[in-house]
Design a protein around this ligand. Sequence first.
Ligand SMILES: [Zn+2]
Length: 310
Amino acid sequence: MIITIDFGGTNIKIGLVDQGKIVGRSNLPSYSDKGMIVRLSDVEQEIKVLLKRQGSSISDCSGLGIATPGLVDVENCVILSINEKYSDAVGFNFQDWAREAFSLPMVLENDARAALLGEIAYGVAEGEKDAVLLTFGTGIGTAVIMNGQVVRGKHSQAGILGGHFTTDVYGNECNCGNLGCLEAQAGHWALSYSVKQHPTYFNSVLSKCSSLGYSDIIEAAQQGDQVGVDVLEGLLNHWSAGIVNMIHAYDPETVILSGGLMKASDFIVPILRERVRQRSWTPWGDVKMVVANDPDVSVLLGLASLVCEE
Ligand SMILES: [Zn+2]
């Protein structure tokens, strides 16, 4: 059995994985603006409770996997850089923690890479050797596998910065330091800014939403609200551009779409598929576009497959 932990912005997801199946799960609130390290003792407790509930113990476990946002040095199990939240975890020695808390070996990986590995090992892209994943959550995370090898690069940042490819050179300031990044234009955290910039914002149903999500904009657009229609059209162009950029950069056969936005996949994906088909340069044929079944599960399963490889 393998212990897996996914440090998300809202929840810390914990899973026990056995033979590629999740046999136990638990969620803790992340309080990520308070940091990651302060949460580790609660995580440790929760894992021990979860194991007990399963009638298992640490001695049944062979390893531990942790996924976090940001740039991760997989070889040394250290976070190199992370945007804003969880910044206390940069440089923290997770290996020492895992050894002291559980006496287990561990792996640390970027969350989008873990999600991609989960989809390749057990999910919608099982067995694919050339694929990219884009996950539309608070930010927009990406990951890449080429020739069957996960792309990490010299400084651990290759493949995961697709959310920070520029889609508007005159665009919004991003938390990474760049201007007009895909996620600064069309990520969840940037939505309210895009909506409020619209000239007729105050006539829109969206002016009454206290916290804006992807679904609010899609619903407003479907009801014919002009701000919703215009903002959604812009979002679809940025998302398509983001996918085309990933295709032009990494030559995949399959694009995997994941994250909260995919709750509206029936509506969104056919539009994205058509725009990407028209705009991408792939003379060999059309890139397949598939939707992840359960993004949370794919991160946990991906971590388990990494632990097994180690
Ligand atoms: Zn950026």
